[in-house]
Design a binder for this molecule. Structure first.
Ligand code: ZN
Length: 245
């Protein structure tokens, strides 16, 4: 397994993890409201943070004070990321990284087994391309959102490599970042991700997780933000990150 040297630990950026975005509370516990998202971005801007995408950070094409670098990420590729979050990101002049479930792009009805609810539709390729032109970048969230630690090895590899191939050809890019479904990852999954061509991976750090001594580029920690995260909970998570990072 590859590890960053200890001394680089202080350069771990602040990575925030979102899912759906709703105009107001839409009853989805994983969703954030536009108001919450806007407040987070403005709070961080006021503290001197500059925003970049994960690709910009990973490839070193963004130069800014590493301790004041923030990255917004959105999981699953929900259509409201385009309809609601994208106009806000443009208004505030910030970018983001979206993790796509490669086989679900364009779906208006969720596959069997996923909770069906109003508004739960996926981004279309056209929407993805438009956001890409603006500077939003995209990573893989596997082919079908399978929990990789629970899959047979070959199936996990197919989810990783197949989604990377599919996204590379759809987006005409080199996808190097994987977001593990449900943040479930172990050494076998990381090795499979490396074999599939990924250079970076993200997990969502559980609240109050003990401080990490080492950070793997294939398991970068993010702060997960959900509908219940009011201003106080956001601040607790943010200051917890500062203390532990
Ligand atoms: Zn997901």
């Amino acid at each position: 397994m590859i590890f960053f040297p200890n001394k680089s630990k202080k350069y771990t950026p602040l990575i925030l993890a979102y899912h759906r975005v709703c105009e107001e509370d839409c009853g989805d516990s994983l969703a954030s409201t536009l108001k919450q998202l806007k407040w987070h971005i403005i709070f961080l801007k006021n503290r001197g943070y500059k925003f970049c995408t994960l690709n910009q950070w990973a490839t070193g094409t963004f130069s800014s004070d590493p301790s004041k670098t923030a990255i917004l990420t959105f999981d699953d590729g929900w259509r409201d990321n385009y309809e609601l979050a994208f106009p806000l990101l443009k208004e505030l002049g910030v970018s983001a990284t979206i993790f796509l479930i490669a086989d679900y792009i364009g779906l208006s009805k969720l596959p069997d087994g996923m909770v069906q609810a109003e508004g739960r539709r996926f981004l279309t390729l056209e929407m993805i391309k438009e956001m890409s032109k603006y500077g939003i970048d995209f990573g893989s969230h596997t082919l079908t959102h399978k929990v990789l630690t629970e899959c047979p090895k070959q199936e996990a590899f197919t989810e990783l490599a197949g989604s990377r191939d599919k996204l590379n050809s759809l987006l005409k890019s080199d996808v190097i970042i994987i977001c593990y479904p449900k943040s479930q990852v172990n050494e076998d999954v990381i090795n499979a991700a490396i074999k599939a061509g990924y250079k970076y991976g993200v997990v969502t750090q559980p609240f109050r997780k003990p401080r990490n001594k080492l950070v793997s580029p294939l398991a970068l920690s993010r702060i997960g933000l959900y509908s219940k995260d009011n201003k106080l909970r956001f601040l607790i998570k943010y200051f917890n990150f500062l203390i532990r990072n």
